[in-house]
Design a protein. Structure first.
Length: 319
């Protein structure tokens, strides 16, 4: 049985289909688990999906020091027969919720996942020069980022609470008014503290008045500084802060979160290739992994709770 989907993007036709014809032909069009891979009739020199399929690998952004979202696997060996370039990291060498989500997309496409590292500001700034295809870095669906990046179907959704030193007197966000509050530089948390964050849905409520904003390159040093009392609080995604606490950080979470955000995979608007069919296929794959419970199980594995279920409800087409 053959099923064909036809999508148009700037006069480039891309066909997604299961294999047909002989048994050998059908087998070659399927990945482990029997899921059909995408078949493209587009030109790899002009179409992102066709390019990914033609080269046989999906290049993904990663951060090797951002557990449990992404981290280097100790003792892992590089695949000997990999298609990954010398400057790319192979699948066994990286794991975490973000990384495993990228691997799921690659598997559904029938290609090898390969990872590259870059700064988060490089990712959110766009204009990647096609150095990577897709970025799963726990970035939010947020309007200012959508000026330079396309967003795809969210793969998980989290609250964003304030974390304070365990011995701090603060019991609610308003207790932090006028105090030093940390956030990841360029992240949605910094935008929230500055009052410029715009997310889909109702306007976010500012729970802290006139904070003295202290930014850090990533959440890791910010949470460490908070635990040492160098800042009054740090604003970050719940699983990041709770992960630090699980590893022994002297922190506690204030009960009311500042806001909730849906985490998405980003695609560069400045890609030199047509990306419409690629984004459509990624959305289909993520939606399918929500439907079959795979993302929920991954969330339970890495976070200890299901953050994926709420993201499955997000209507990406409504943006």
């Amino acid at each position: 049985m053959a099923i064909a989907r036809l999508a148009a993007a700037i006069a480039v036709l891309v066909l997604f289909a299961t294999g047909c014809g002989s048994d050998d032909e059908g087998a070659s069009n399927r990945v482990a688990g029997g899921e059909p891979t995408a078949q493209a009739s587009g030109d790899p020199s002009t179409d992102k999906l066709a390019q990914v399929l033609a080269r046989g690998r999906l290049i993904l952004f990663t951060d090797l020091k951002y557990p449990p979202q992404s981290f280097g696997v100790k003792g892992a060996e590089r695949l000997a027969d990999t298609k990954c370039a010398a400057n790319e990291i192979t699948a066994p060498e990286v794991s975490g919720y973000d990384a495993e989500t990228g691997k799921l997309v690659a598997k559904a496409l029938g290609v090898e996942p390969c990872f590259v590292t870059a700064s988060w500001t490089e990712v959110t700034g766009g204009n990647w020069g096609d150095r990577w295809d897709l970025a799963y870095g726990s970035g939010a669906v947020e309007y200012s980022r959508m000026e330079v990046l396309y967003v795809t179907q969210p793969y998980y959704s989290t609250p964003t609470p304030f974390f304070v030193p365990r011995s701090a007197k603060a019991k609610q966000p308003s207790d932090l008014d006028g105090k030093k509050v940390g956030a990841c530089a360029g992240c949605t948390m910094e935008k929230y503290l500055r009052g410029t964050l715009k997310l889909p849905g109702p306007p976010v409520e500012q729970l802290v008045a006139d904070p003295e904003i202290i930014t850090f390159d990533t959440e890791v040093p910010g949470l460490k500084a908070t635990a040492k009392g160098k800042v009054a609080a740090f604003l970050c995604s719940e699983p990041v802060g709770e992960g630090a606490i699980a590893e022994g950080a002297a922190l506690r979470k204030l009960p009311k979160p500042a806001y909730y955000s849906n985490k998405t995979g980003y695609v560069d608007k400045e890609s030199g290739l047509a990306v419409g069919p690629f984004i459509e296929r990624v959305n289909e794959i993520v939606a399918a992994r929500h439907e079959d419970g795979t993302l929920g199980r991954l969330s339970e594995k890495f976070f200890g709770k299901d953050y994926a279920a709420e993201a499955a409800k997000f209507d990406i087409a409504a943006l």
